[in-house]
Design a binder for this molecule. Sequence first.
Ligand SMILES: Nc1ncnc2c1ncn2[C@@H]1O[C@H](COP(=O)(O)OP(=O)(O)O)[C@@H](O)[C@H]1O
Ligand SMILES: [Mg+2]
Length: 224
Amino acid sequence: MTDELSILGALTAKDGHVTAEALFTSHGWKRCGVGDWAVALRSPSGDLAVRISPFDPVATYTVRLFREAAGTGQVPVLHAHRELEGGAVLTVMEHLLPAEPDQAALFFRALAESTPEVASLAEVIARVLADAHEELPWCDRLDSNPANVMRRADGRLVLTDPFFADGKTLYGSLFTDASVVARIIPAARRRHMFELPLAESGPWDPVGLERMRASLAAADARLS
Ligand SMILES: Nc1ncnc2c1ncn2[C@@H]1O[C@H](COP(=O)(O)OP(=O)(O)O)[C@@H](O)[C@H]1O
Ligand SMILES: [Mg+2]
C-alpha cells in the first residue's frame, strides 16, 4: 500500500486532472466510480482509491472533515491530498464498497438527528460546514445522495462525500449574475469547471454551456 502511494512522487502541481488520471491508470489503477464532480480509481492491491476532480470548491472542507473526524471511524482513512493545476484536486483514501441505499438513508437520518452513534461526526460536520458556508454561499447542507455513504468490508458505514457545492445554484448563477462566481472563486482555481464528469445529472446542453462560459468570461473581464 505504501508502495502504491509512491506514484504521487511523479505528480507536480503543474499536472492536471487528465494527466493525474492517466498516470494512475498507467500504474494499473482502474476506474471504480464516477459522480457529478469526480472519478474514483481503485489501486492494484485493492486497498486504496484515488478520487480525482477537475473542480471541487469543497475539497478542502472534505479533507478537513476526514482529518478532524478520523477518530470516529465514520469517514474514509485519508492517505494523501494533492492540489493539481487549475483547481483540480485529488485525494487518496482507503477503498470502500457501495452501501445499501436504505442503510445510507438511515445513516443520513441518524446524522440529522445527531443520534449517539454519530454525534461526534455530526459535531465535526456542523463545524466544518459553518466555515464552508461563510466562504461559499452554495455550500450550506449535507449532500444526502445515498452514494455518498459507503461501507468497509466489515460492514461499517463511512461518509465519503458530504459537502455540497450546490451545482445547480452555482452554475445556475452564471446565467443571472456571473460576477458572484468570478469574485468568490479565483480564475486560477476554476480553470476546469466546465469539465465535470456529470455522471448523475447528465451533460450540459451545448448552448447553455457556451452562455455560461461567455458570461463568466465577461464577468472576469469586468473585474480585471
Ligand atoms: N473511497 C472510495 N472507494 C471506492 N469508491 C469510491 C470512493 N470514494 C468515491 N468512490 C466512488 O466514486 C464516486 C464519486 O465519488 P464522490 O466522492 O461521491 O464524488 P462526486 O462529488 O462526484 O459525487 C462515488 O459515488 C463512488 O462510486
Ligand atoms: Mg458523491
